[in-house]
Design a protein around this ligand. Structure first.
Ligand code: SAH
Ligand code: SF4
Length: 346
């Protein structure tokens, strides 16, 4: 038997049409839509203000592919990693990072990743498929529940698309998920508290600017010359630094948003003062904030993290040259929940 279509793939207009075809009054479409995108329903049976007969009809015609929490791992620093099961049995990971004043969800956009950056655990997996907008959305609802336990019911304050996968290679679903998270008919979450991180897909960055994306953008830069960047990120061969800088400049011109550069310090590879000098040059075209990231070790990947002394020298040099920079502390390392460690190991 062919699988039934996923109800959450329907637009509001398509849902209205379905409800009319089922011979139901139009306000039912609004109720169903609210259950899906506002009230966090995980099945038709949750929709308690909808008649049993309509729920049965929906069940006959559609699937409700809710993501299920399977494994909860808790780090000693409070970070929580969830292993979540998709309807087809595949597993993805998402992380909730609690802080004094914030709770950040780090969500996946794909199962695996088609790129294979040489420092990243997810890059060791092959890309199996894109996540739907609803599957991305579900991760947020599940992580939100864990966040609420930490901050007396306030829940998530920030969302970063920095889990498994390359968000801009799943552009439509990622943007649709953001529309639902930020929309008045969804969670009404502020776009200023959302960050999409990309390994650098120039046409995706331009599209974001053209289509009125209002969140933050982070580029995984990690090396400031094409020669070095192509060695660790294959994607740089087709989307080189010139293309990326042009796309980012365009993004800044259109949105007025500063750009974050993410820069993992890799021992002996990109952590000298000459490397810093090249990075400084790249920070001069438009407003940039640099996140210097400690390398998180991954089994089978030979890179090592830079020593604290070298890291300080690198960061100080950037600061002396008026680059705004922050060192991003790794969280959840003991449960492989830190950046670049998500690999469905359990
Ligand atoms: N594909 C997107 C988003 C997911 S990766 C991207 O590449 O930007 C999220 C962040 O973790 C990226 O900045 C990525 O470069 C970084 N990362 C990957 N492997 C890492 C590792 N081993 N240690 C620290 N950061 C890592
Ligand atoms: Fe994919 Fe990002 Fe990891 Fe590169 S760093 S392999 S793009 S998830």
């Amino acid at each position: 038997m062919a699988a039934l279509p996923d109800i959450r793939q329907l637009s509001k207009e398509e849902l209205q049409k379905v409800v009319a075809e089922l011979g139901e009054p139009s306000f039912r479409a609004k109720q169903i839509y609210e259950w899906i995108w506002q009230k966090g329903a995980t099945s038709f049976d949750c929709m308690t203000n909808i008649s049993k007969s309509l729920r049965e009809k929906l069940n006959q015609h559609f699937s409700f592919y809710a993501v299920k929490e399977e494994i909860v791992q808790k780090s000693k620093d409070g970070t929580i990693k969830l292993g979540m099961k998709l309807h087809d049995g595949r597993v993805i990971e998402g992380v909730m990072i609690p802080d004094a004043d914030r709770a950040t969800a780090c969500v996946s956009s794909q199962v695996g990743c088609s790129l294979s950056c040489s420092f990243c655990a997810t890059g060791l997996l092959k890309r199996e498929r894109n996540l739907t907008a609803a599957e991305i959305y579900d991760q947020i609802l599940l992580l939100h529940r864990h966040a609420m336990n930490f901050n007396q019911g306030r829940g998530l304050t920030n969302i970063v698309y920095m889990g498994m996968g390359e968000p801009l290679l799943n552009y439509d679903n990622v943007m649709r998920s953001i529309e639902k998270i930020t929309g008045p008919e969804g969670l009404n979450f502020s776009p200023k508290r959302i960050t999409v991180s990309t390994s650098g897909i120039a046409r995706g960055i331009i599209r974001m600017a053209d289509e009125g994306y209002r969140g933050n953008l982070a580029l995984s830069l990690h090396a400031a010359t094409n020669e070095k960047r192509s060695k660790i990120m294959d994607i740089n061969r087709s989307n080189n630094l010139e293309m990326l800088m042009q796309a980012l400049d365009y993004f800044y011109q259109k949105t007025g948003n500063e750009i974050t550069f993410e820069y993992i310090l890799l021992d002996g590879f990109n952590d000298s003062l000459e490397d810093a000098e090249k990075l400084i040059k790249l920070c001069q075209s438009f407003p940039v904030f640099v996140n210097v990231i400690e390398f998180n070790s991954v089994e089978g990947i030979p890179f090592k993290k830079t020593s604290a002394e070298k890291r300080t020298a690198f960061v100080d040099y950037l600061r002396q040259n008026r680059v705004r920079v922050k060192i991003r502390r790794s969280r959840g390392k003991d449960i492989d929940a830190a950046c670049g460690q998500l690999a469905n190991k359990h």
